[in-house]
Design a protein around this ligand. Structure first.
Ligand SMILES: Cc1cc2nc3c(=O)[nH]c(=O)nc-3n(C[C@H](O)[C@H](O)[C@H](O)COP(=O)(O)OP(=O)(O)OC[C@H]3O[C@@H](n4cnc5c(N)ncnc54)[C@H](O)[C@@H]3O)c2cc1C
Length: 397
């Protein structure tokens, strides 16, 4: 049986980030993923050339990726777009808010990067790190823990023993289930359709977000001035219609949804659909198993915060472990892991509650709710101090 100090299950963005953050800690690390190694960097720039999944990264996430040497490598590709403004409006009424980076003295509110780009850059760094033993195409199917450590069984018949298991295996975490870690979970009764669109106009380095009666629609600017990535969250009863629509019908539907802003979609690339689930683990730590990223919490993509919360988990967990090693104490102990849980759970829960409130407030077609949110959006837009506060939150300042 192979033995390591740390076994990380799941080599998505979060699993690879924790591994890299721990690579100088002196610990032996194995990183296991059921999928094959990520595809190389995307290279196309047409509607079907950009990766379908993109993420909006906050300055805090950029700083962390920078500390892993990933951010500069991502930037060098000329595929990362900075966004300097956000335009949010109510598709059912006339309320709107405009946030700009310059209002809070920042040069950008954040950056948009394709998930495939982030993954391929991290995978190269992981492959070059001597302390990380990386295994692709191995699914973990068994997990048993005792006072000294955890044993993992893989579907190829191999087994691993580690002092600590970090579960970064996504929203449907198998490790979380195998360890009988409880969750609170509910479906939003929505699916998200993602695709790249071509615009008639320049996207003006702006994130556009409409709150429609059927769910929010976001347009995220790409590093080509007339291309955006869309995330269109749609109620279960309407999403099949838009999944089955022809490209022309889909473009027409988008243009109707965008009628309040000067943006016209001219073409759409291949679409993909994701069911939206909100899930939060009751505890992030059990014995010597610790959850990070979507394994601990998955939230609605409307605020584009899933990856950012996960990267913050990765940073705090790695710092807690490294601090314990530097103090010469036990690094996989309950107090060390408890510190991580305490610091991250509060922030993750606050974000999830905010998303739930947004979903509730903007999902309603009740005229009183429409009036109230319309008033709220206008009030925020007119009050510079509240607006600046929101802009600072967006910029992670
Ligand atoms: C439509 C949509 C749009 C989004 N947009 C944004 C956005 O704009 N900004 C943002 O911040 N977030 C966004 N998110 C959320 C973001 O994509 C997730 O938060 C993020 O991908 C979670 O990363 P992760 O590494 O925790 O999990 P994952 O990316 O799910 O990775 C989990 C990994 O674990 C592996 N795995 C699973 N089970 C096993 C097993 N048993 N054994 C071995 N390996 C296993 C999988 O193969 C996978 O590689 C969006 C989500 C959706 C659905």
């Amino acid at each position: 049986m192979d033995r390591y100090d740390v076994a990380i299950v799941g080599a998505g963005v979060i699993g690879m980030s924790v591994a890299l953050a721990l690579k100088e800690s002196g610990l032996s690390i194995t990183l296991i993923d059921a999928a094959s190694a990520p595809a190389s960097e995307p290279s196309g720039r047409g509607v079907d050339g950009w990766g379908k999944r993109v993420t909006a990264l906050t300055p805090a996430s950029e700083e962390f990726l920078g500390s892993l040497d990933a951010w500069s490598a991502m930037h060098r590709t000329d595929r990362v777009a900075s966004y300097t403004a956000m335009q949010v409006w109510d598709g059912e009424a006339s309320g709107a808010i405009h946030f700009a980076a310059r209002d809070v003295g920042a040069t950008a509110l954040g950056h948009i990067a394709e998930s495939q780009l982030t993954m391929s850059v991290l995978a190269e760094l992981v492959a070059a790190a001597p302390a990380i033993h990386n295994r692709w195409s191995a699914r973990v199917v068994g997990c048993t823990s005792d006072a000294e450590g955890v044993e993992l069984d893989c579907d190829d018949g191999s087994s691993i023993r580690a002092e600590l298991v970090i579960a970064a295996d996504g929203a449907r975490s198998n490790i979380r289930d195998l360890a009988a870690m409880r969750t609170r979970q509910w479906r939003y009764q929505q699916n998200a359709i993602v695709a790249t669109v071509e615009l008639e106009q320049d996207h003006r380095d702006t994130c556009w977000q409409a709150f429609l009666a059927t769910g929010p629609l976001a347009l995220l600017p790409l590093a080509e001035s007339n291309h955006c990535s869309i995330v269109w969250s749609l109620d279960d009863d309407v999403s099949p219609r838009w999944e089955a629509a022809s490209d022309a019908e889909f473009v027409d539907g988008l243009n109707r949804a965008l009628s309040a802003v000067p943006m016209r979609v001219t073409a759409v690339g291949e679409r993909a659909t994701f069911p939206l689930v909100q899930c939060h683990a009751v505890d992030y730590v059990k014995d010597r198993i610790v959850l990070v990223g979507d394994a601990a919490h998955s939230i609605h993509p409307l605020a584009g915060q899933g990856i950012n919360l996960g990267l913050a988990d990765a940073k705090v967990l790695a710092e807690s472990i490294i601090n314990a090693i530097q103090r010469g104490g036990p690094w996989a102990s309950a107090p060390v892991l408890g510190r991580y849980q305490r610091l991250r759970k509060t922030e993750n829960l606050a974000m999830m509650a905010a998303m739930q409130a947004f979903k509730w407030g903007f999902g309603s077609r009740n005229p009183t709710a429409v009036m109230a949110r319309n008033f709220g959006l206008r009030m925020v837009d007119e009050q510079r101090w509240i607006k600046n506060w929101f802009a600072k939150q967006a910029a992670g300042a």
